[in-house]
Structures are given as C-alpha cells and as structure tokens.
Design a protein around this ligand. Structure first.
Ligand code: ATP
Length: 200
C-alpha cells in the first residue's frame, strides 16, 4: 500500500549524480513508499531538442536502478502533444487514491513553477519539495514559496552538487571524462549510442 508517493520529472538528458542524490534524499526525508521518475516529453520547458525518448528512458532506468523505491514511468514520453505535470499528478491521484503526492524538484524548476500550466491545481494535488541547487556559482536567484501557499512547500536538504546535464553534454562533446558525474552504466550507454557528440 502506497501512502506517500514521490514524483520526480526531468529531461534526464542525461541523468546524473545530482538527480540520483535528489531522489535518494527525497525518499529518506519524506519517507516515501515509492518514487515515480518521469522522463519528460519533448514539449517540456527546454528550448533545445532533447535526445530521443528511448535513450532518455533507457538511461533513466540505468541511473535509478539501485534505488529500490524508484520506478521509471514512461507515460509522459508516450503522450503526443504537450505534456503537463498537472495531468500526470491527476492520473496518479486516481491510480493511488489515498496516497499523498510529493512533487520533487530543484530550485530552478521551483522558480518557474508559477508559470506552469494550472500551477495552482498542481499545488492542490501535491506537496512541492524543493532542493537547493548550487551549480551556478551563486548567481541564481533563490526560491521562496509564494506567501499564500507556504504550507504546500517543503525544503529538501541535499549537499551542493555542482553538476548539470548541460555541463555533461559539453564535456562529452569535448571528449572530457564524465566519470564522477554520471554512473558508469549511463556513461557506457552514452558511449555505445554515440550521444552528445556535438553540442546543440
Ligand atoms: P539541463 O542542464 O539540460 O537543463 P538539468 O541538469 O537541469 O538539465 P533536468 O533533467 O532538467 O537536469 O533536471 C531534472 C530535475 O533535477 C529538475 O527539477 C532540476 O531542478 C533537478 N536538478 C538537476 N540538477 C540538479 C542539481 N545539481 N542540484 C539540484 N537539483 C538538480
């Protein structure tokens, strides 16, 4: 029986250590029975063209394989047209009736949250768990919860992890090692499929 269900979406292009640490910390901090990981569809908030869905799905499965509570869920990849977090949360609420939902994200996403489709409905459906993100050299604005909705937000403490998928893609295109930043099976998958050979 799932009482506390975590939800963690991302492009995961590629998934890296900070994603894993964030997932692990969320499971511990909020005593999650399960954490659903959602590689997002193409029409997400990213301006660049994402890698093919099958690659991002495969890499996410490899990256989170050692977390027993984590399940990679392909449903946002399967949706045609724009994918909205509110739709995924609504579906999960119906599937896991009685479960409390915890939507996990880094600070950069939290800063954009009030521009998301039906963001107030998102706050009604889920508690928002925000991890500080410290990979920008300190020049990024810090997130503060909107006053009227403070009770719907939680802070998630994770160690500062100066890593982003953008940095990883740049390193790979420059033939630099990404060894401590992504798990070995993910690094091998990237190499085998010749991903990120050029920065786009
Ligand atoms: P890109 O560099 O391509 O924008 P990314 O590294 O931000 O990618 P995403 O897949 O977009 O990775 O991120 C998924 C989620 O993980 C988002 O909520 C994001 O805020 C969070 N996240 C990613 N990296 C970190 C980090 N270093 N610290 C905290 N949260 C992070």
């Amino acid at each position: 029986m799932i009482h506390r269900l975590g939800v963690f979406g991302g492009a995961f292009d590629p998934p890296h250590m900070a994603h894993f640490e964030l997932a692990r910390a969320a499971i511990d901090a909020f005593e999650l029975d399960a954490l659903r990981i959602f590689p997002t569809g193409q029409a997400w908030h990213k301006s660049r063209t994402l890698s093919a869905p099958e690659h991002r799905l495969a890499m996410a499965k490899l990256a989170f394989a050692t977390l027993p509570q984590a399940i990679v869920d392909p449903r946002e990849l399967d949706r045609s047209g724009p994918t909205y977090t509110v739709d995924t949360l609504t579906e999960l609420k119906a599937e896991f009736s009685g479960a409390e939902l915890f939507l996990v994200m880094g600070e950069d996403q939290a800063l954009a949250l009030t521009s998301w489709h039906q963001w107030e409905e998102i706050l009604r459906l889920a508690i928002i768990c925000v991890a500080e993100r410290d990979d920008s050299g300190g020049d990024r604005p810090r997130f503060t919860a909107p006053q009227a909705y403070k009770s719907r937000f939680r802070r998630l403490q994770i160690p500062a992890l100066p890593v982003s998928a953008t940095d990883i893609r740049i390193r790979i295109a420059a033939h630099l090692s990404v060894a401590p930043l992504v798990f070995e099976p993910v690094a091998r998958y990237i190499e085998d499929h010749h991903l990120y050979q050029t920065t786009r």
